[in-house]
Design a protein around this ligand. Structure first.
Ligand code: CTP
Ligand code: CA
Length: 228
């Protein structure tokens, strides 16, 4: 029903969404991840589909049903997510990065389970930085030519507006969406702060699905402006 009544604001668009956490292996049975549920990204994929777009959803390890009509690609690590996104971005006209990509991964992933050796010594893990998926897509020729509209998300624990503005500049994206606290991970509701070149506006607290629909409308408006 939702899909039937939704205004078809994104007909002809190809929307690529990342969602959920990534999982960075330490050994075959362990790894580091975070508490992202994927709810916001899945809600955006559903809303974009309802608005008439073709939608590809690149999802980290989450427990969410695939929205009807959405093509889903499951990935585990940030490097897997980058590879899937780079391939899918070639045909996309909109990229919405909601994934909570692990900032670092273990420098080495052991091929066999790491065992205690009985001495009480603990393994020491070195880390390396993961690639910035959003920034790499935003730097691509199609994004810089205006053929691929990029939207970033930011979860901050303090000073949201200042951090969101700085992150928007640093990532080189036209629209950066901040999660207004309290911590959004796993919740069904959220409130969003939209930051673009013209300033900022708030989408007040609502269900993630309602916010996703509003965000899709905001993106559609901005697409019309960049296209005209
Ligand atoms: N992002 C990404 N790849 C990464 C890190 C982040 O694509 N390796 C994307 C996220 O999906 C989000 C945006 O970049 O859309 C901002 O993510 P965030 O974690 O808030 O920013 P970081 O640049 O990682 O900075 P920090 O975590 O230190 O605040
Ligand atoms: Ca981060």
């Amino acid at each position: 029903l939702e899909a039937f009544f939704a205004p078809k604001q994104l007909v002809g668009e190809h929307v690529l969404v990342t969602a959920g956490p990534t999982f960075e292996a330490i050994d075959p049975v362990r790894g580091i991840t975070n508490l992202s549920s994927g709810k916001m990204g899945f809600a955006i994929a559903r809303a974009a589909r309802a608005a008439g777009a073709e939608v590809v959803l690149v999802a980290g390890p989450v427990h969410q049903p695939t929205p009807r009509g959405v093509r889903r690609i499951d990935v585990v690590s940030a490097q897997d997510m980058l590879a899937a996104v780079q391939q899918e971005a070639e045909a996309a006209t909109v990229f919405v990065a909601t994934a909570a990509v692990a900032d670092w991964r273990p420098a080495r992933s052991a091929t066999q389970k790491i065992k205690k050796d009985g001495s009480g010594e603990v393994p020491s893990l070195g880390f390396v930085e993961n690639p910035d998926i959003l920034a790499s897509v935003a730097r691509s020729a199609r994004a810089r030519d205006g053929q691929l509209y990029c939207v970033g998300f930011a979860a901050e624990s303090e000073d949201l507006l200042a951090h969101a503005r700085a992150k928007r500049e640093r990532k080189g994206v036209p629209l950066l969406v901040g999660n207004i606290g309290p911590a959004t991970f796993g919740r069904d509701d959220n409130a969003l702060l939209l930051v673009d070149a013209d300033g900022h506006r708030e989408l007040p607290r609502a269900s993630k699905q309602a916010l996703a629909q509003q965000l899709v409308a905001e993106i559609a408006t901005r697409l019309r402006h960049t296209r005209s």
